[in-house]
Design a protein around this ligand. Structure first.
Ligand code: 3HC
Length: 714
């Protein structure tokens, strides 16, 4: 059994410490421990009250997520928490770190809650395809009202101690020794009260909300926008509606259990838990030991004050790390700093940042025209446009000016890291850090490992990526790395479908109905159709078949959202796509010129061809060792490319279809293009052995160095 509860006594108070490192989830051993310790404290006449805390830096991070869907030992969570709520002696939750999910639900079963200044509370179950199933949906609305409770449950965001105090979740904040303060608080309450409050008895806020349909309508409209396609949010709303409308706590709890069970059995739960563990596994590099030394990053340099450079700089400034941002001319610097200021001002205007925090954060960013200003930086990230020659020049300068122990990183989305490293005297300190646009918002960071990148460099970059709140995934240095390589096949299929007979709106609608944030043609319009077209023109190369339509649109001055016309038309200042029937002549003509007889294409074929192209390429990436594991590719696609989290990522989705079925479909598509649809060897092998991605040891065989393309059009 995992975890335990430590029992000690201070004066007449029993101190119960949940001990299940590192974050004290309520695993089987903890549940047994809680039950036994509460019984012990309640049966000891010398004990007047109980304090519940977590060991280390966390209170309780919730139910043990690895137990969902498994046969579990020990008492269930409801029985355990009933033992706390029914305790004859008053109980104070001494919250010494995150109190999340079942952790906050445990605290809500205590009579009082006191927390350290740095702790935070929340009910993030929705991110796991679940709802707070240990009374959270019934108790939280009772102390803060259903409106605020719904916000906490549906956004899954943590609430800092001070705010939780103001909302009424906490009774007090400790600024000194938490246990001492908790004992004093408890003794004061024992002196004052003959009975101690139980949240289950508080009904006023629910009665007040009865008949107020606005609360539920607001929650529903948030869910429709922010949690499109997810099952659990609707269940959470139903739980809160039950809390409001049923006049009985126990009846509400019954409803919560019913709705929780439906979430538990729903396929989205498994998919989203796969993502939870996948995010954390991605941070681990198989051949880089945990104890690898890392260097301190106290100062960061960025080369290039464009959109990417500015966005990257904001990440570090947000984490309180000073950044020097270098560009070659004053005009670029001024423009870049203006954009940074505008982005922060936007946050202030939306109430997401206080003015004084903005001022402090912006003050951490220093513009510069001089390479020497980067000399003391611990890491410098180059973020200029994709030109290998230019990058060589910059890295030679950096190597000359920046202290030798510093890491030099490139934000390239597809150039050869080893080639960049070769112009420096520190190839072990060269690494790719591929941020996604907008870099201050997108969670994904591809960390690209060159031939000579050292373990220390990698471990340091992984550590700093956590500090700037990115989800980092490691890729070997190979064309397209992970994300853009997978995207190539997906985009190719979208373009082929257009040539074969589908229209952009049909393809986009089918892909968006599958759950992606944005279909491929809307995405191309957003990025700009002209990027690849200009690069090809500059290099004097012909348009490949799949780019012929986009390039012809560019010849007709249709570049995408940037000039309000591309595959779609856009009204001034709006990103909403409107049909562009004038393009159809171009589509039909190019189809015909290239020997296609346009046909009706089903939405199912569209989804299969686009998504399974991702999967087959993913399998190849895995067998080549470019990605460490299948779940890394799921994390890349969810965090960088808008793949629906509730489908668990493309590789998980393929597992859920069944790899034999996937193989059958690929073989069927070989009639259209036998080379493109040739199944990856790994996929054939797993399907034959009736295994899933992630179940067999990944082949991970490096198939020699792959040639990088001359043009990066990503
Ligand atoms: N159950 C099992 N393992 C957990 C866990 C949990 N609830 N929470 C975290 N862990 C594990 C992680 O997988 C990781 O394991 P690893 O070291 O083997 O990779 C380890 O604990 C440390 O986690 P993090 O890397 O995430 O540590 P951080 O310090 O960055 O963050 C945290 C700590 C904020 C507590 C974060 O772990 C977190 O958000 N945890 C999940 C909280 C959550 O979703 N709780 C709800 C659970 S479901 C529930 O309670 C249902 C109930 O309503 C019935």
């Amino acid at each position: 059994m995992k975890g335990t509860v430590n029992y000690s006594v201070v004066g007449n108070v029993a101190i119960l410490e949940v001990d299940n490192p590192p974050v004290n989830p309520l695993s089987s051993g903890v549940r047994v421990g809680l039950k036994e310790c509460f019984e012990k404290a309640n049966s000891d006449d010398s004990i007047t009250g109980i304090i519940l805390k977590g060991a280390g830096n966390a209170f309780i991070a919730g139910a043990d997520i690895s137990e969902f869907g498994q046969q579990v030992e020990g008492p269930d969570l409801h029985t355990t928490l009933a033992g706390i709520e029914l305790s004859e002696k008053p109980v104070v939750a001494a919250i010494n770190g995150p109190a999340l999910g079942g952790g906050l639900e445990t605290a809500l079963c205590c009579n009082y809650r006191i927390a350290t200044q740095n702790s935070f509370v929340g009910l993030p179950e929705v991110n796991l395809g679940l709802l707070p199933g240990a009374g959270g949906t019934q108790r939280l609305p009772r102390i803060i009202g259903p409106d605020k409770a719904l916000t906490i449950m549906l956004t899954a965001e943590g609430v800092q101690a001070q705010k939780a105090l103001e909302m009424g979740i906490l009774d007090e904040i400790s600024n000194n020794d938490l246990i001492e303060d908790a004992i004093n608080f408890l003794e004061k309450k024992i002196k004052q009260n003959s009975s101690h409050p139980k949240i289950r008895d508080a009904n006023e806020m629910l009665v007040e909300a009865r008949g107020n349909s606005e609360i539920i309508d607001k929650a529903k409209s948030y869910v429709a926008k922010a949690r499109r396609g997810q099952f659990a949010p609707g269940q959470i709303i139903k739980c809160v509606e039950s809390a409001i409308n049923l006049d009985d706590f126990d009846e509400g709890m019954k409803k919560e259990s019913e709705y929780f069970l439906e979430c538990l059995m729903h396929p989205q739960r498994e998919a989203m838990i796969n993502v939870f563990f996948g995010q954390r596994t991605a941070a681990k590099i198989k051949d880089v030991p945990r104890e690898t030394p890392t260097s301190e990053i106290k100062a960061v340099g960025i080369v290039g004050a464009g959109t990417m450079g500015g966005g990257i700089a904001m990440n570090f400034a947000n984490a309180g790390i000073p950044v020097t941002i270098l560009d070659q001319d004053q005009e670029n610097i001024d423009r870049g700093m203006k954009v940074i200021n505008k982005n922060y001002q936007f946050m202030v205007d939306r109430g997401r940042m206080k003015e004084e925090v903005k001022n402090k954060t912006v003050a951490l960013i220093t513009p510069s025209l001089d390479y020497d200003s980067l000399k003391d930086c611990d890491i410098v990230i180059e973020a200029v446009y994709e030109n290998l020659e230019l990058k060589h020049k910059i890295f030679m300068e950096l190597d000359k000016h920046v202290k030798p122990e510093a890491i030099l990183a490139t934000n390239t989305s597809g150039l050869d890291i080893d080639s960049i490293a070769s112009v420096t005297n520190r190839p072990e300190k060269i690494v790719g850090t591929h941020f996604f646009s907008p870099a201050n918002i997108m969670k994904l960071l591809e960390v690209v490992r060159g031939e000579n990148t050292s373990n220390e460099t990698l471990a340091t970059v992984m550590k700093i990526s956590k500090a700037i709140k990115k989800t980092a995934v490691v890729s070997l240095n190979a064309p397209g790395f992970i994300g853009n390589r997978m995207l190539l096949g997906y985009s190719k299929q979208a373009n082929m479908l257009l040539l074969e007979g589908a229209l952009p709106s049909q393809i986009d609608n089918a892909i968006e109905a599958f759950g992606l944030n944005m279909g491929p043609f809307r995405m191309m319009d957003l990025i700009g159709l002209d990027l690849g077209w200009r690069a090809r023109k500059l290099a004097g190369v012909d348009s490949p078949l799949t780019n012929k339509i986009a390039d012809t649109l560019c010849e007709n001055e249709r570049f995408g959202q940037k000039n309000s016309k591309g595959f779609y038309n856009y009204s001034e200042g709006s990103r909403a796509p409107n049909p562009a029937p004038e393009n159809e002549e171009i589509y039909f003509k190019i189809s015909e010129e290239n020997g296609f007889t346009r046909r009706e294409i089903s939405d199912e074929e569209i989804v299969d061809r686009c998504i399974l192209a991702l999967v087959n390429e993913g399998a190849k990436i895995l067998e080549e060792g470019v990605a460490q594991r299948a779940s890394d590719m799921d994390i890349v696609y969810i965090n960088g490319y808008g793949f629906p989290v509730w489908r668990g990522g493309p590789m998980f989705y393929a597992n859920s279809l069944g790899l034999d079925k996937v193989l059958e479909k690929l073989k069927g598509f070989q009639k259209i293009d036998s080379d493109f649809w040739k199944p990856a060897d790994l996929l054939e092998k797993l399907a034959k052995d009736e295994l899933k991605f992630g179940e067999a040891p990944d082949i991970n065989e490096r198939k020699g160095k792959m040639k990088f393309p001359d043009i990066v059009g990503y």
